[in-house]
Design a protein around this ligand. Structure first.
Ligand code: PAZ
Length: 331
């Protein structure tokens, strides 16, 4: 039987995680670029949102042959980023390498392959866009070019859970200079368990000795330091994914109570494209309770191009505006 060596240890806190797990080699370079992007946006008086998107991997070996992954394609994040851009925000789009990205998502190789948009003129051998596709492509292309000319989109990539955690902390700290004008929209599907570097096998885990047992550690709960230390008065929106509908609201409420941020958006794996629930604090006078607000769209409307992210972002932009005007600080 092949096992990875395991010694029972204390669960990782965010502090012990960052003290023991090494940063990705590109972190300093990535963060320099983020810093200059944010300072340009600050000069221009723009609100900035950090959108995280896609799934994280958990490598099982240092020379990685195998890793655990999850289902997320990055649709929520990429789509939301477009609606934030439409609302005038500058966006730091932190996504899993090769997952969907704003604008190019419309021409994903699996659902709408780019080559299928093109036609060849038999006489001239010139390439053109088929007439049925050109008006949509023109619209997407115009917005894409405008956003890039205005310098409002900055993209960063991660692959592993370790890349994600290091980047999230560093980007959040940079963004905190904008205080209430910053929003954090955490839509990435982040693994709950990982294998610390110290417990990883150097080389490919060998087969031939029967089953494989791996004991993983819990990923530290980073929302706590994110709220208390990394993001100052920024507006934090986290997501909670469940597959058991009965757990969705209790888990989302528990997360809001535990971390004290602004909104938890709950979604069920199978209905996430048609309904989500906003769980947030309802302040009336000195009384504060937790309320739930469902956002739903007709599943049939998605065939005509309706996206629930349009409604999610409209709602969040309004709430963020109130947050900025109200000048609230966290408890
Ligand atoms: O990337 P996608 O569109 O396929 O899925 C989006 C999602 C379900 C990952 C996101 O809405 C979400 O709930 N993210 C947080 C997941 C979690 O860590 O609980």
């Amino acid at each position: 039987m092949a096992t990875t060596t395991s010694t029972k240890s204390e669960p990782f806190s965010a502090e012990s995680y960052f003290a023991t797990q090494p940063p990705p080699s590109t972190l300093d370079h990535d963060i320099q670029n983020v810093r200059s992007f944010i300072s340009r946006q600050a000069e221009l008086g723009r609100n900035v949102v950090l959108v995280t998107s896609g799934g994280t991997t958990v490598p099982l070996e240092l020379n990685v042959v195998r890793f655990l992954d999850n289902f997320s394609a990055g649709t929520r994040g990429a789509t939301s980023a477009e609606y934030f851009l439409q609302a005038g925000y500058a966006v730091v789009f932190m996504h899993r390498q090769f997952s969907l990205q704003p604008f190019s998502r419309h021409y994903s190789h699996s659902t709408n392959p780019f080559l299928d948009l093109l036609e060849i003129d038999d006489k001239s051998h010139n390439i053109g866009v088929s007439s049925s596709q050109s008006s949509h492509l023109l619209e997407v292309l115009k917005t894409y070019k405008a956003v890039h000319n205005e310098g409002r989109l900055h993209t960063l990539t991660f692959v592993t859970i370790n890349d994600y955690l290091w980047l999230l902390r560093a980007v959040s700290q940079e963004l905190s200079v904008l205080r209430r004008r910053a929003m954090y929209y955490l839509a990435a599907a982040v693994g709950d368990f990982f294998l610390p570097r110290q417990k990883m096998s150097q080389h490919k885990i060998q087969s031939g000795k029967g089953s494989l047992i791996i004991e993983m550690d819990q990923v530290p709960k980073i929302l706590k330091p994110m709220v208390d230390e990394w993001s100052r008065d920024g507006y934090i929106v986290s997501f909670k994914l469940e597959t058991d509908q009965d757990l969705l609201i209790p888990k989302a409420r528990a997360s809001l109570e535990r971390y004290g941020h602004q909104v938890v958006i709950g979604n069920d794996l199978n209905t996430r494209k048609f309904e989500v629930v906003f769980v947030s604090r309802d302040e009336v006078g000195d009384r504060s309770s937790i309320k739930e607000t469902w956002l739903r769209i007709d599943p049939k409307s998605t065939e005509a191009g309706k996206e629930i992210e349009e409604d999610i972002i409209r709602e969040l932009v309004q709430r963020h505006r109130k947050w900025i005007e109200g000048g609230q600080t966290r408890n």
